[in-house]
Write a protein that binds this ligand. Structure first.
Ligand code: PBG
Length: 317
């Protein structure tokens, strides 16, 4: 069974004031400025969606992605605002450099390649800056080797031993991230991310990545994308006992929304079928751009009054 509290809603937070800009390739998904977050939080609360995953679009990008770990960086501002308006909302910070670097890659470059080890320092600093701003969970999506360990150590040392790390353990090099890169303005200026994201043909490698992340201290893992990798979600669920979350990514959303808008499919029915399949495969949490619609539809189907939407976090299977 699906509940609104199973959904995590991704939010793209941008600089400026009064901004609410629709992402062209993701109808009904908006980049919003910090002052708009109170409305978002209110809407999510009324729908029973209890968590958000934050992505930032900084005003200035540079070679080292410094807005990601600056105390006044966009995610840090967004986190403080969300916590101010709704302390109950679970705020998850995405940790990666690609939205913050002027070249759009996920870390520091050495020539044309991402320098794994130098990037680790920045990722640890980012996790720390987010923790200081008040995030409840950090979610590293960069896919550098060793990142969970350096973040865990940095957080422990700084007095955040209980701050959970939700790691994107199995992140495939996927064509389904296209619309996200519009939304987060993070398309690499050259090359791609194949050196650190996984080959779609490999399933066992995903399980190895998950085990590495757990050994380094991850508290829960994300499999991404969701729909083309349901087998990986199911295999992970069988193998490990920590929560497995799935990211129903931008391309999955865009396909369903576009075909729905064109009248080629019944969007509501297909969306609920997709989300149910991800849950059936074994995901306990689903990160999805359909979160608000799906929560509304669930409320209609179940006849919940808005105040009575069940909000308890459900265990996996
Ligand atoms: C990287 C990141 C990406 C997504 C989430 N985090 C993009 C990428 O790896 O290029 C994609 C999510 C989506 O497509 O919805 N910070």
């Amino acid at each position: 069974m699906l509940l609104p509290s199973d959904f995590v809603y991704p939010l793209f937070v941008t600089f400026g004031h009064g901004v609410r800009r629709e992402v062209p390739s993701m109808p009904d998904v908006f980049q919003v400025s910090v002052d708009q977050l109170a409305y978002e939080a209110e809407e999510l609360r009324s729908l029973g969606v209890g968590s958000v995953l934050l992505f930032g679009i900084p005003e200035h990008k540079d070679e080292l992605g410094s807005d990601a770990y600056h105390p006044e960086g966009i995610i840090q501002q967004a986190t403080r605002e969300l916590k101010r308006v709704d302390p109950q909302l679970v705020v998850i910070g995405d940790v990666c450099c690609c939205e913050y670097t002027d070249h759009g890659h996920c870390g520091i470059l050495s020539g044309e390649l991402v320098d794994n080890d130098r990037t680790l320092t920045l990722l640890a600093q980012t996790a720390l800056a987010q923790a200081e701003a008040g995030v409840d969970i950090v979610a590293p999506s960069d896919m550098m080797d060793g990142r969970v360990l350096v973040m865990r150590q940095a957080l422990d040392r700084a007095g955040y031993p209980n701050l959970p790390i939700l790691s994107y353990a199995a992140k495939y090099a996927s064509g389904f991230y296209g619309p996200f890169r519009d939304a987060a303005e993070s398309t690499p200026s050259f090359g791609d991310r194949r050196s650190h994201q996984m080959d779609p043909a490999n399933a066992r490698e995903a399980l190895a990545e998950i085990e590495t992340d757990l050994a380094e201290g991850a508290d829960a893992v994300i499999i991404k994308p969701a729909l083309p990798y349901l087998d990986v979600i199911a295999a992970a669920r069988q193998r490990i006992d920590v929560p497995v979350a799935a990211y129903n990514v931008s391309g999955e959303y865009a396909m369903v929304r576009a075909a729905g808008r064109a009248g080629w499919i019944d969007e509501r029915r297909v969306t609920m079928e997709v989300l149910t399949s991800i849950r059936r495969a074994g995901a306990s949490q689903i990160i999805t751009y359909h979160a608000k619609d799906a929560a509304r539809w669930l409320r209609e189907e179940n006849g919940w009054a808005s105040a009575a939407v069940p909000t308890g976090v459900t265990a996996g299977d």
